[in-house]
Design a protein around this ligand. Structure first.
Ligand SMILES: Cc1cc2nc3c(=O)[nH]c(=O)nc-3n(C[C@H](O)[C@H](O)[C@H](O)COP(=O)(O)OP(=O)(O)OC[C@H]3O[C@@H](n4cnc5c(N)ncnc54)[C@H](O)[C@@H]3O)c2cc1C
Length: 391
């Protein structure tokens, strides 16, 4: 395993910072924070036009010869400046899935469109009655000649309000075991039968309920075989979880900020916050966890770069990365004290409310992309060989 991978990236960080200084509009982070919409069309177009979306992708589908490591550093820098580019996050995971399961035509159409910045794809799996048990989806797709007619409802279709398409999990057979009656489609969201309603979350993110009424798609929009959607979903879920809850990088940055704050801030008795041994212990424990999260994320990357699909490795990394970040947020709130819960709008919010915002944003991370309990079950079954607990 090559631990130098982040050092390679370090060589690009200065260039990435300069790119961000030149191109990022500070208003974008504020727009994302206040609206909860984590996709900026103007930035997306710029990244596509300059070839950064296509960096490292196969040239036959529109990949560019831009340096992939520099592209990764640029995306990290953009996220570090609180512009979360989640439209690209979902789109690139579907484009990766299509590399495995798409037809040549679909790869050219959807991956090509994605790399040109024209196609933005949301994830349509969860329904009002099926989240963790995603294979229980009821949204129906019924064949009508060369077309399919889709009816149903999805919950938490994040970024749908800015997307052109949704990667939709549907039920095509009701007389088979639930995992064997599913089919995936890529469905245009501008169809008159689609409606999108906002859902605002505790973390500030806007997600959506999406409704599908007699939406017609051609058979060419079907990804994978009829009733063979589950193997397709499994690939997509691997790509969703491989991020490993951010690999501890956001937490590590926050820890540095709070450590510096604790050294320069005094308690009423005049001693620095940092001089308290329990503060040092909590910072150290959180820093160790962030490092473990980084290593677990590197393991995911290593499996992928060795040509594998990091299934259980991604689940472990997501579980540890997201839960350890939540533990760190609690520690940091305690260290700062009662002012830590002030919102950014309060002028006396410590560190511009960075901990308060990270705390709220972190709550959903152990739910979306597969809840922690489900990640534990995957690790228990596939790594420890324990019996399956779900039907
Ligand atoms: C902010 C946000 C964004 C999201 N974005 C998307 C998106 O873009 N696309 C999309 O399709 N979905 C999205 N989701 C949905 C997300 O994937 C689901 O919320 C998640 O899978 C959990 O499903 P659920 O909400 O139905 O909860 P449930 O499945 O009802 O779970 C409720 C609780 O029961 C536990 N539980 C469930 N089953 C088991 C079990 N077998 N063993 C032990 N415990 C169990 C869960 O861990 C959880 O604690 C998003 C969710 C959020 C909060």
């Amino acid at each position: 395993m090559d631990f130098n991978v982040t050092d390679e990236l370090a060589a690009h960080r200065e260039k990435a910072r300069r790119w961000a200084d030149e191109h990022l509009d500070p208003a974008w982070a504020e727009y994302e924070r206040t609206t909860g919409t984590h996709h900026i069309a103007e930035l997306h177009r710029l990244l596509a036009d300059q070839g950064w979306l296509g960096a490292g992708w196969p040239t036959e589908y529109g990949g560019t010869d831009n340096d992939a490591a520099l592209a990764q550093a640029i995306f990290e820098e953009i996220r570090a400046r609180h512009v979360l580019v989640e439209g690209w996050g979902a789109t690139s995971l579907i484009a990766n899935t299509l590399l495995h399961v798409g037809t040549e035509e679909q790869k050219e159409l959807f991956i090509g469109g994605a790399l040109r910045g024209e196609t933005v794809i949301a994830l349509g799996y969860t329904e009002p009655d099926s989240g963790s048990d995603v294979a229980a989806a009821k949204t129906r797709a019924v064949r009508d000649g060369d077309e399919w007619i889709i009816n149903g409802q999805k919950m938490f279709t994040s970024t749908a309000q800015k997307s052109t398409h949704v990667f939709l999990l549907t039920r095509t057979s009701t007389d088979k075991p639930k995992h064997r009656g599913l089919t995936m489609f890529i469905v245009p969201l501008d169809d008159p039968g689609v409606s999108i309603q906002p859902i605002h979350t505790l973390g500030g993110q806007r997600t959506n309920a999406t409704f599908y009424t007699d939406v017609r798609v051609p058979d060419s929009a079907r990804i994978g075989g009829v009733d063979e959607g589950w193997p397709v979903m499994k690939v997509a879920l691997v790509y969703e979880r491989r991020g490993g809850g951010g690999g501890g990088s956001a937490t590590a940055r926050l820890l540095d900020e709070v450590a510096a704050w604790s050294q320069s801030t005094s308690r009423e008795d005049g001693s620095s916050v940092f001089s308290d041994a329990t503060v040092q212990q909590r910072l150290a424990r959180a820093a160790i966890d962030a490092e473990v999260a980084r290593l677990l994320a590197l393991r995911v990357r290593w499996v992928q770069e060795s040509g594998g699909l990091p299934g259980v490795e991604g689940s472990s990394a997501k579980l540890f990365g997201t839960e350890s970040a939540q533990r760190a947020h609690w520690d940091l709130l305690d260290i700062i004290g009662d002012h830590a819960v002030l919102r950014r709008e309060a002028s006396s919010a410590p560190l511009g409310a960075a901990v308060e915002e990270a705390f709220r944003a972190g709550v959903v991370t152990t739910i979306y992309g597969g809840a922690s309990e489900i990640m534990r079950e995957i690790v228990a079954e596939r790594t420890l060989g324990l019996p399956r607990t779900r039907a």
